[in-house]
Design a binder for this molecule. Structure first.
Ligand code: GDP
Length: 192
């Protein structure tokens, strides 16, 4: 049995290897300014702090959630920290990622276009069974919305992703985003 299973799943992580405790690499993608760092900080620290960036370079934050079936999922969350501008970084960044969260800003059509670019990149270079989430963020800005929910849903369905609208500012749907991802993760085969 290899240490790293299909789809970058690494059963057990630092602890004992078992199907009940998954450790997964999650990459965030999306235009600069859509709220990637704020989503992570909301999820990991329970705060909305628009001024604090999640460090620089290839570091990550991690957060473990428990599911109802008493399994746990530890997310190692990679934020591009602005490096999404350098296309050369991308394949390295995706490598071993079991999950990709592609974020756009519901008030920015350009960011929705950019999200679609990242989806194509992942379809080309990502793991074939990667779990992908399409996230329309800044749902709190009701009167500034430019992309109707239907557009996000339709695009997500066509591309085998799930769609969710979040607000890092109000915390709306942030935990749900990660719970939905956890439910969709393939479980490593421990029958042998
Ligand atoms: P990143 O470049 O994708 O990491 O974006 P940031 O997380 O740095 O957020 C960019 C800006 O968007 C910041 O000024 C945040 O205050 C703002 N922002 C992020 N999420 C939300 C949200 O859910 N609602 C609102 N109204 N603003 C947000």
């Amino acid at each position: 049995r290899t240490a790293r299973g299909p789809n970058g799943l690494n059963p057990g992580g630092d602890g004992p290897s078992d199907a009940k405790n998954l450790k997964v690499k999650l990459v965030l993608l999306g235009d600069s300014g859509v709220g990637k760092s704020c989503i992570v900080l909301r999820f990991v620290r329970g705060q909305f702090d628009p001024t604090s960036k999640v460090t620089v370079g290839a570091s990550f934050l991690s957060q473990t959630i428990a599911l109802q079936d008493s399994t746990t999922v530890k997310f190692e969350i990679w934020d591009t920290a602005g490096q999404e501008r350098y296309a050369a970084l991308a394949p390295l960044y995706y490598r071993g990622a079991a999950v990709a969260v592609i974020v756009y800003d519901l008030t920015s059509p350009e960011s929705f276009t950019k999200a679609q670019y990242w989806v194509k990149e992942l379809q080309k270079h990502g793991s074939p069974d990667i779990v992908m989430a399409l996230v329309g963020n800044k749902a709190d800005l009701l009167d500034r919305r430019e992309i109707p929910a239907e557009e996000g849903i339709e695009y997500a369905e066509k591309n085998g992703m799930f769609y969710i609208e979040t607000s890092a500012k109000t915390a709306d749907n942030i935990n749900q985003l990660f719970e939905e991802i956890a439910k969709r993760l393939p479980r490593p085969d421990t029958s042998q």
